[in-house]
Design a protein around this ligand. Sequence first.
Ligand SMILES: NC(=O)c1ccc[n+]([C@@H]2O[C@H](COP(=O)([O-])OP(=O)(O)OC[C@H]3O[C@@H](n4cnc5c(N)ncnc54)[C@H](O)[C@@H]3O)[C@@H](O)[C@H]2O)c1
Ligand SMILES: O=C(O)C[C@H](O)C(=O)O
Length: 360
Amino acid sequence: MRRSAPSVNRLAAFQPFPTFARGNDEWPRGHARNYGSSDTCVQVTVLGASGGIGQPLSLLLKLSPLVSKLHLVDIKHTLGVAADLSHIDTTSTVKGFTTEKDEKALEQSLTGSHIVIIPAGVPRKPGMSRDDLFNINASVVRDLVTACACFCPKALIGVISNPINSTVPIAAEVMKLSNVYDPKKIFGITSLDLVRSNTFVAELKNLDPADIEVPVIGGHAGKTIIPVLSQIKPSGICFTDDEAAKLIHRIQEAGTEVVKAKAGTGSATLSMAYAAARFTFSLCKALKGEPNIYEWAYVASNIVDCLSHFSSKLLIGKDGVAENLGNGDLTKKEQEMVNNALEDLQKSIEKGVEFVKKSA
Ligand SMILES: NC(=O)c1ccc[n+]([C@@H]2O[C@H](COP(=O)([O-])OP(=O)(O)OC[C@H]3O[C@@H](n4cnc5c(N)ncnc54)[C@H](O)[C@@H]3O)[C@@H](O)[C@H]2O)c1
Ligand SMILES: O=C(O)C[C@H](O)C(=O)O
């Protein structure tokens, strides 16, 4: 039987589906009554909404009372996905936009958006690295963020499309070119690394994952994914060197674990949809003025001297990152992991920046 760690509850902001996760029949209706103020309208646009992540993510967003208007955008199939979701008896409205045949689709979907989440692009197949997706996804993200710069320059933007370590700097450069760059408003969504870490630690120590918070810093590829085991909440969870090494390896390779298991049909979609929904709910709560919203995400940062982007703990407010809370006290080994990730991160960032400069 699983033990519960009594000293730390999952932070309210960290647990978007408390009653649902516990199997409460009332959800989402009863749940809706407890969440956020209904007077703040939040419009969320999902770019890539017909895809493996896009569809379950859109479903989770449709279920939440935090979202008032849901705009679903993809090259194709979006009208069907939107019609399907629109029959769900929650209060938000859903609209589909197909960019393939409708040149106004991006303008119409993005105008008025407070939050834009981007899972558009191609996923990995076995044997590929995330960086192997650059050639296709770099231009997808560039073009979609260019549309955001034009039609919703003040929106909070969450990038899911890989390689995150490069696509987020691409998004930043695009916003700079349009003179609407606000470094506080662009996030690389790395939440899946934290979700996985919580799960794996809970499995190892026979605890309830809802009670566990494992910080993960750095970036989102291989050794740039840096779980900070010394700062796990609740404190007092100890690992042998062997346990820690295996755990860190599993967290860093978890994406590849899924890619291999899916055997050519894609990468993580359902767990990513959950992670992205959780992150989006945090943005919604922050927009609605809820205090103490903390997340980890890959953002413009001066936490590490030589890098323009890095993932660390953030306080999120109405305008995006309200404060970058940095890495906390790292052990010598964790600091070594950061040092070992610098070169990869630097290269990925430069690759993204150069790509936008060349295509400008
Ligand atoms: N950040 C993370 O932790 C994380 C986790 C999992 C997957 N991913 C990444 O997310 C991306 C999407 O994965 P998926 O499994 O959903 O892929 P998918 O192929 O199932 O879906 C992608 C969708 O994007 C759409 N699309 C492509 N170009 C578009 C454009 N220009 N405008 C609008 N829509 C467009 C496609 O039509 C498709 O429906 C991949 O790059 C993958 O590597 C990131
Ligand atoms: O591994 C991938 O390619 C997708 C994603 O980045 C993940 O971590 O699951």
